[in-house]
Design a protein around this ligand. Structure first.
Ligand SMILES: NC(=O)c1ccc[n+]([C@@H]2O[C@H](COP(=O)([O-])OP(=O)(O)OC[C@H]3O[C@@H](n4cnc5c(N)ncnc54)[C@H](O)[C@@H]3O)[C@@H](O)[C@H]2O)c1
Length: 270
């Protein structure tokens, strides 16, 4: 059921790689709720991914941009404002990648060049998207910027490796830039800390199936799906959350506040 929550709003959605991507679900929901937007992803992902199909479904133009390149991000905003006929109201950062995780390097044997890449792609890109937006004055007053995070930023999950540091930086940027952009233009900046979700990025983390099941059993409401994440993010883009900013918002079925659950106790007894 649609509520027209984003009627008349314009935005930019990054990170839709395939149908499983959280950003893919957010794009479909944003369209359903009345928004118009552009889609963006790294040029390489465009060749591998199925983003054209999504673009057709949403009537959206695709603007390739490597999120580590300030120049690409400048083009992304400039072209988006041309296509959409003005400044945007919302921006989704749904980007994450760690070469160390992808190549299975242990936390005691990290490649530091790759570590820097993880931080650049997964966290500094958030700052770049915000700084370029500010410089180009590309976001309307009361606009909303959302990045996606994971609880490994705050608690240790061994296989998450250097992505834990990247997410900690991402969440910190939301606070620092949220302050600045709030003062300047009343733009809000938040991160959503999502349950483990079966996507390309998610399942790339070692032991994913085990911690997906563990989180599901630990959370009183069970893991939040990508569709449910999309619902939540839409509310953050809407006018109903205008005073929510500088937050890391858990969207995890209660996992982050749970110590142990009956299901896990039962499992341990076996
Ligand atoms: N899947 C999970 O379990 C989970 C849980 C919490 C948070 N998240 C976060 O959600 C976000 C989206 O991930 P997802 O799970 O939908 O997986 P996904 O693999 O579908 O999306 C990750 C996206 O990042 C893009 N990307 C990588 N390098 C890029 C670059 N240099 N420039 C531009 N884009 C680039 C990829 O092309 C891809 O579209 C990520 O930030 C991820 O860390 C995922």
């Amino acid at each position: 059921m649609a509520y027209n929550l984003l009627k008349g709003k314009k935005g930019i959605i990054s990170g839709a790689l395939d149908e499983k991507s959280i950003a893919w679900k957010i794009a479909l929901k944003a369209k359903e709720e009345g928004a118009t937007f552009t889609l963006t992803n790294a040029p390489i992902a465009m060749r591998m991914g199925q983003i054209n199909k999504l673009a057709e479904q949403c009537g959206a133009e695709i603007i390739p941009a490597d999120a580590t390149s300030v120049e690409d991000i400048e083009k992304l905003y400039t072209r988006s404002m041309e296509v959409l006929g003005g400044k945007v109201d919302f921006v989704l950062h749904s980007i994450g990648m760690s070469p160390n995780v992808r190549k299975g390097r242990s936390y005691g044997d990290l490649n530091y060049e790759w570590f820097l890449k993880s931080i650049d792609i997964s966290a500094l890109s958030f700052h770049k998207m915000l700084q370029v937006a500010e410089k180009l004055d590309a976001i309307n007053e009361w606009g909303s910027v959302v990045g996606l995070s994971y609880i490994a930023s705050q608690r240790t999950f061994p296989d998450y490796s250097d992505m834990a540091q990247a997410k900690a930086v991402l969440e910190s940027i939301a606070r620092s830039y949220g302050y600045r952009y709030g003062k300047l233009k009343k733009v809000r900046v938040n991160t959503v800390s999502q349950s483990p979700t079966k996507t390309t990025a998610g399942t790339g983390v070692g032991g994913f199936d085990a911690f997906f099941d563990y989180a599901d059993k630990m959370s009183p409401l069970g893991n939040a799906t990508a569709e449910e994440c999309a619902d939540y993010v839409i509310t953050l883009f809407s006018d109903f959350t205008r005073k929510v900013t500088m937050q890391n918002l858990y969207h995890d079925g209660g996992f982050s506040s749970s110590g142990i659950s009956e299901e896990i106790v039962e499992k341990m007894k076996q």
